[in-house]
Every structure is written in C-alpha cells, then in structure tokens.
Design a protein around this ligand. Structure first.
Ligand code: 5AD
Ligand code: SF4
Length: 444
C-alpha cells in the first residue's frame, strides 16, 4: 500500500444486483488500499455505477456526468461502471473525455489490474464484455456490506433469456452460475458474522445451475436455511420459465425460507407475451401461480408489469388488469415501455402513444392500490416476526419488515427500544395498502 492512501467515492443507481456489485467493488478497492469517503469533493477517484433498464435511468447518467465535468480540473479521476458503461462502451470517452475507466459488470474480476493501470495514469481503460467469454462470476471475499444484519449473495449473473424489450442480456453478459460450494462458503461466513437475513440475487435466480452439479436452486435455499444463525433466506428475481414446484416445497417445509415470490409476468395477454418473447402464455403463468396458492403457507406474490409495449391493444391491457384480480398480488412494480438500444423490440410497429401509456399505467396502479388495501387486511390480528430496521421518532414508531417483506411499523410498551436487526413479535392492529401497523407482543 502506498504511503498516502487514495480516496474514492462511489455512487450507485439501479437494481439490487447493482447495489450488491457496488458493495463488491468497494470491498475490492478497500482491499487494494483505497479509502472510501462520503463526500465526492474529498475523493480522488469517483466511481459511478450505472443503470440503463429504461431511457430515464440512462439519461440520469449523462446528466450526472455533466455535473462531474466541473470537477475535472481538480485532478480527480472518473470511472463509469455498470450497465450504461457496458452498453455505451468507448462512446463514453467521447461524451465525457474526463472519464478514464469504463467497465461493465462482467469484467469486475479484472478490477485490481485495471486499478493498477489507472494508478499509472492510463486514460482509456476498458473492461467490456462481448458475450463470447465464458468467464466465471465475480466472487470476492472483499465485499463491504452496507447493512450488518441483512446481506446479498449473488448466485447467478448475466442473462440468456433475450426478452425483446430488455437490455440486460447485452449489459450483464452471458448467464453464469456460481459454484454452490462458493455460495455456501460465503453464506457460512455471513452467518458467523451475525447476518440473519440472506438474500440470494440473480437476474433469473431460479435459472441457477450448479457448475459442480451438487445442488439445485431449491437445495441451495435449503442448505442456507439450515445454517446456524440464519433466520431468513430470500431470493429475487424468479423467472416464470424456470419456476419449479420444488421451490414451493422448500418454502412449505422450511420456516427460514421466506414466504414471498417475486414472479414478473410483464403482461396478462398471451399475444403481448409472445411479442415480448417471454416464452410462456397467460395460462402457463397462472398454472405456476396455482402451485404457489396451493402451498400450505400464505406465500406473498409480487410482480413486474410493462404497459404500452408495441402492439398492446386496449383488450390486451384489459387482460393485464384482469390478471391482477386472478392472482391477487401484494405489490406490482409497473413501468411504461421504454425503447432500448439494440433490443429486438426496436422497430416493432404499432407503437403506443405516450399519453395512452401513461393513462394505462395510472389505471393499473389505481386498481392495484385498491386490491392491496383489501389484501393487506388479511393480516389484521396476526402475530408476525418482524426484523427491526429503524426508528421513526416523529411518529414514535419502530420500523421493520416481515418475512413476506412487508413494512411493519409498531410500538412497544418496553422502556428500551429493541435493537436494530433484532426480531420482535408484533400483533397487527391496522393495515394500509403498503404497510401494516402493530404492537410488540411481549415475551413471557
Ligand atoms: N421498458 C420498460 N420496462 C422495462 N423493464 C425491463 N425492460 C424494460 C423496458 N425496456 C422492466 C421489467 C423488468 C423490470 C426490472 O424492469 O418489468 O422486470
Ligand atoms: Fe439496471 Fe438492469 Fe443493469 Fe440492474 S441489470 S442496473 S436494472 S440495467
């Protein structure tokens, strides 16, 4: 390590995969002797981890890079990481000449080497994946996790599904599963450090195929769920194509495997699903939902929906609205279709006008809010295990999360507030469309 350690500032946009990649990049930099600062003005190296899932997210990147421009005279170095870096590649250097390093997530394994070149003053360093490399995943023991109680583990990276609207197969490279012994070693390390809530991550987490051939995805869930100290195992995102009944069996059997499945449907119309290249129909999706509903536990279901995909008619959209009724989701993340560069949907005819897209989005969200108001009422009077996440002194409430990942705000008659990361039994007394309210049930 050099005498004067170099300082860095990390800024992150995008999904949980990106948030966790940043934790790994921070850990790697710290291992290389860099020191993290919370103020960009004080940093010698500014890293920016980017998202390009929708046009708005991407525009944000270039807006932010423009703001960085004013700092370029201050001797700082700049690195652009993540999905916009991979998508735009060397074009970033043209748009923002003060940037020295551009790397997509599939190249983070090479970061230590790229940092050495950066130190040597090189100006145009790239780590770009061409989908041809069959490289391993980015496993590092130098992960700096931001929360001491709940943490992520990546089990599969990249994507080979090629849905026609989506940039991810181009920005995150080929699908690569991590060896299950490496996953287990990391889970074990986290459990012994006191992590009780472990969330398995992947673009399609249930497409996991153990390169060692030792464990299925459901067996990975189970193996982590039995580790001493682990109280919750979560996983996201599941893809309907690879969703199998053994996942539900393991949830039913193992109280530590969380009773929540995020299963993006994208549309309720089989015609739109076909154009999206999702490779399933409405009926096929509903069959999987039927399995989940047949479970012994009340498994919470959430989804992602895109409205206004090219060719989506009013009837197609009504099919999506009726799916909300048929499934009964606890949360829906809905987006207006946004055209992404290089994806098959570019150039599809029958684009839906922006005002139609936004009115469909509003109708969908209004309908879902009303359904959630009713759905959340089922928890009235239940006693839930809640992990404490914070305190809201203004409202005099403790905030936490249930096993189903629902927000629970509660009060206690105890003089001392429960510790962050502890688990409390809470009796639910009120419900809202997005949260529950209750009172701590005292042990005794
Ligand atoms: N336009 C709008 N939404 C999109 N998503 C992915 N690609 C697009 C796009 N081009 C949504 C999907 C996905 C979620 C992460 O983002 O619903 O599940
Ligand atoms: Fe954004 Fe998708 Fe990349 Fe995540 S994987 S950062 S959502 S583009």
């Amino acid at each position: 390590m050099s005498a004067a350690a170099k300082t860095f500032y990390m800024e992150t946009f995008g999904c949980q995969m990106n948030a966790h990649d940043s934790e790994k990049v921070i850990g790697t930099l710290e291992h290389e002797g860099y020191v993290r600062v919370q103020d960009e003005e004080a940093a010698e190296l500014i890293l920016y981890n980017t998202c390009s899932i929708r046009d708005k997210a991407e525009q944000k990147v270039f807006h932010r890079l423009n703001e960085y421009k004013r700092m370029q005279g201050e001797g700082k170095q700049f690195a652009v990481l993540g999905c916009v870096a991979q998508q735009e590649g060397e074009k970033i250097f043209e748009k923002a000449p003060f940037v020295s390093l551009v790397s997509g997530s599939a190249s983070y394994r090479n970061l230590p080497e790229m940092l050495v070149r950066l130190e040597a003053g090189e100006k145009r360093i790239t780590g770009l994946d061409d989908r041809r490399t069959q490289d391993a995943t980015f496993d590092t023991e130098f992960t700096t996790r931001s929360n001491p109680h709940r943490g992520y583990i990546t089990i599969i990276e990249g994507c080979d599904k090629f849905c026609s609207y989506c940039v991810v197969p181009y920005t995150r490279g080929k699908e690569r599963s991590r060896a299950s012994d490496s996953i287990m070693a990391e889970a074990q390390r986290m459990a012994s450090l006191g992590y009780t809530d472990i969330q398995l991550l992947g673009q399609n987490v249930n497409s996991y195929r153990d390169p060692l051939g030792q464990r299925t995805f459901a067996q990975v869930l189970e193996s982590i769920g039995v580790l001493h100290g682990v109280r919750r195992v979560r996983f996201t995102t599941s893809h309907p194509r690879d969703f199998t009944p053994d996942i539900i069996e393991v949830i039913d059997r193992m109280p530590t495997v969380c009773d929540h499945v995020h299963l993006p449907v994208q549309s309720g119309s089989s015609a739109v699903l076909k154009a999206m290249q999702r490779e399933y129909t409405r009926e096929w999706y509903l069959e999987r939902i039927g399995w989940i509903k047949a479970a012994k536990r009340d498994i919470s279901m959430t989804t992602d929906i895109i409205v206004g995909f090219p060719g989506e008619t009013e009837e197609d959209f009504e099919m999506t609205m009726s799916l909300l009724d048929e499934v009964g989701y606890d949360a829906v993340y809905a987006f207006q279709y946004s055209q992404r560069p290089n994806t098959p949907a570019v150039g599809m005819p029958d684009t839906v006008p922006d005002d139609v897209k936004s009115s469909r989005l509003q109708r969908l969200m209004d309908a879902q809010r009303e359904r959630q108001r009713i759905a959340y009422e089922r928890h009235m009077g239940q006693v839930m295990d809640v992990m404490v996440e914070g305190y809201n002194s203004q409202r005099g409430q403790i905030t936490g999360r249930s096993s189903q990942n629902k927000t629970v705000n509660f009060t206690t008659t105890q003089p001392i507030l429960p510790a962050l990361g502890s688990y409390q039994q809470v009796k639910i007394t009120r419900s809202f469309p997005n949260s529950l309210v209750g009172e701590a049930v005292l042990a005794g």
